[in-house]
Design a binder for this molecule. Structure first.
Ligand SMILES: [Zn+2]
Length: 310
């Protein structure tokens, strides 16, 4: 039987940052649904990685930013420039960018940019190019097309998933995850006709995330190798951040088990380890299939899976 729809996850970049410790791109993922795609984070290398995966701006629907650490947004400006207008098969339609608002917990919070500031300042910083290409190359006015949406935090319960975005292809829900001192930081879940993909974002081991990922088909979870940093003499403050704000492979496995996730993909790998070492940690706490993601790797969800292999 022919499948009516398809959903694909592409792990465009899988490395934590900002330090570069290997060949993998920085953190970014794409969800492709019926030939439309959505971005989750825009880390270093995502522009080329998305292009090499065959993604073009004309099919870009919306972007989702888990949090505003630079390793998740470093190539956001370039992603816009490289996917804008007909000359690059780019977007000429409205797109929305969903992400954190300003940090109400930070003493300088109202002076520091949230997602709207990130978008507005990008447009301002590149105003010369953005103007010249409109008049010289007949591109659409970018500021008319980009709609930044700062995600409203849940009023009633901080632990229940809440709706962020919905269109004909996907429903995106979120929870607040635990990535101190960064606030807000989100985990996102994409539900499509074919199943679901849940992204941890950056977080310490989180029961709230397990709730978001309940019964999910794919859980993309971050992982940190604490032994790597401890054995190389990183200072106490850095080690403390890794411990308080990130999750070990064993912890990622526990969240996958608690949520009933059908597959665990480790991404946003912080520190160095072999794929076998990353997987072994998660396998000690999770019995399902585990992948240690590489840049550009593809994972399919197929509707009517009963018939998928016929
Ligand atoms: Zn982070």
């Amino acid at each position: 039987m022919e499948n009516k729809s398809s959903t694909e996850l592409i792990t465009l970049g899988t490395a934590a940052g900002p330090a570069i410790r290997g060949r993998e791109n920085g953190m970014a993922s794409a969800v492709v649904v019926n030939n439309q795609f959505y971005m989750v984070d825009f880390g270093l290398g995502c522009v080329r990685s998305a292009h090499e995966a065959g993604l073009r701006g004309k099919d870009f629907k919306a972007g989702f930013i888990t949090h505003l650490h630079s390793d998740h947004v470093a190539e956001f400006p370039a992603f816009l420039m490289w996917n804008w207008g007909a000359p690059v098969e780019g977007f000429a339609h409205p797109i929305s960018i969903h992400g954190p608002g300003q940090d109400a917990n930070h003493p300088l919070g109202t002076k520091l940019s949230g997602t709207r500031g990130l978008v507005d300042h990008t447009l301002e910083a590149f105003s010369y190019d953005l103007n010249i290409r409109v008049t010289d190359e007949a591109r659409p006015v970018m500021s008319d097309l980009i709609n930044p949406v700062e995600i409203a935090l849940p009023q009633t319960s901080a632990t229940e998933p809440f709706l962020v975005y919905e269109d004909d292809h996907v429903k995106v829900t979120a929870v607040l995850v635990d990535h101190p001192p960064v606030h807000p930081a989100f985990g996102f879940r994409f539900d499509t006709a074919d199943g679901s993909i849940t992204f941890s974002g950056d977080t310490a081991e989180s029961a709230t995330l397990a709730k978001l990922a309940y019964d999910t088909d794919i859980l993309v979870h971050e992982a940190v190798n604490l032994e790597f940093f401890a054995s190389r003499g990183f200072d106490a403050a850095f080690l403390n951040h890794q411990q308080q704000s990130h999750t070990t492979p064993e912890g990622a496995g526990r969240v996958a088990t608690a949520s009933g996730a059908k597959r665990l993909i480790l991404s946003h790998l912080a520190g160095v380890a072999t794929p076998a070492e990353w997987a072994a940690g998660a396998a000690s706490t999770y019995a399902g299939p585990i992948d240690v993601a590489t840049s550009g790797q593809r994972f399919s969800l197929v509707a009517d899976t009963t018939y998928a292999t016929i």
